[in-house]
Design a protein around this ligand. Structure first.
Ligand code: BTN
Length: 239
């Protein structure tokens, strides 16, 4: 692993992607930033983080043989890697909210932004951006957000957490070949937020509906058992 530490950058994902196109970077090149000026979140949102308080970093992964159709396995490996690190710290009521938010109870503590570079039918490279709320104590009154310090009452070393997550990720990616993916999906599903609990969703037309989360499809869609007992699959834009 090569670790590049920056004091400030727009976004570690953007920085790593630019660098990757200009230099021949090795697998598990990591860029961490003390502060991000334009941190990116999922679906075009911003990711805000107090400078120096939290982990904001990106990892370059060059998988050998993950097919584009199986790319959700990357989300699974990243979510499980963070889950493993946080469960060792005994973060209470830890869950993975599909597709890849890490929750403690009803509060989000970590967000993940994966940007894949494709080459034909395969993933050529993946920029995995992770924002983990660590030592920040206030979140501008944002609801349902927390940090490790708020949850566990102590201060954490950012680099130690980063190393633990990257080590776990290496281990999980090493077990993500085609024959091993089923087990990773099963493990991921056992940790899903609100699995088998009655939940309310909002669809693309802003209509609310009720259903039970049952798991994820091989393509990474969320499987919801509807009130009429029919199992339907949704992608992120649909729910
Ligand atoms: C989300 O939950 O919306 C995803 C948030 C991802 C944030 C991280 S912070 C490090 C990396 N660089 C970015 O610009 N975004 C990701």
């Amino acid at each position: 692993m090569q670790l590049i530490k920056l004091s400030a950058t727009d976004s570690t994902n953007a920085y790593l992607k630019d660098l990757m196109f200009n230099k021949n970077l090795g697998d598990f090149t990591v860029v961490m930033a003390h502060s991000q000026l334009k941190g990116r979140g999922q679906m075009g949102t911003n990711w805000l983080s107090e400078p120096g308080k939290n982990l904001t970093f990106s990892v370059l992964v060059k998988p050998q043989d993950i097919r584009v159709v199986d790319q959700f396995v990357l989300n699974i490996c990243v979510s499980l890697a963070i889950y493993e690190t946080l469960s060792q710290l005994q973060v209470p009521d830890l869950k993975i909210k599909w597709p890849n938010d890490i929750m403690s109870g009803h509060s989000k503590i970590c967000g993940i932004l994966i940007e894949n570079i494709l080459s034909g039918q395969h993933i050529q490279a993946s920029i995995i951006g992770i924002g983990l709320n660590v030592n920040q104590l206030t979140f501008n009154n944002l609801p349902n957000v927390s940090s490790l310090k708020l949850l566990l009452g102590r201060t954490f070393n950012l680099e130690e957490l980063l190393l633990s997550i990257v080590e776990n990720l290496k281990g999980l990616l090493g077990k993500s070949g085609e024959g091993q993916q089923k087990r990773l999906f099963e493990l991921y599903e056992t940790k899903l937020f609100r699995k088998d609990k009655p939940s309310t969703f909002t669809d693309q037309d802003n209509e609310m509906f009720m259903g039970f989360i049952k798991g994820v499809s091989s393509g990474g869609k969320l499987k919801i058992l509807m009130e009429d007992n029919i199992l339907k699959e949704f992608n992120l834009k649909e729910v």
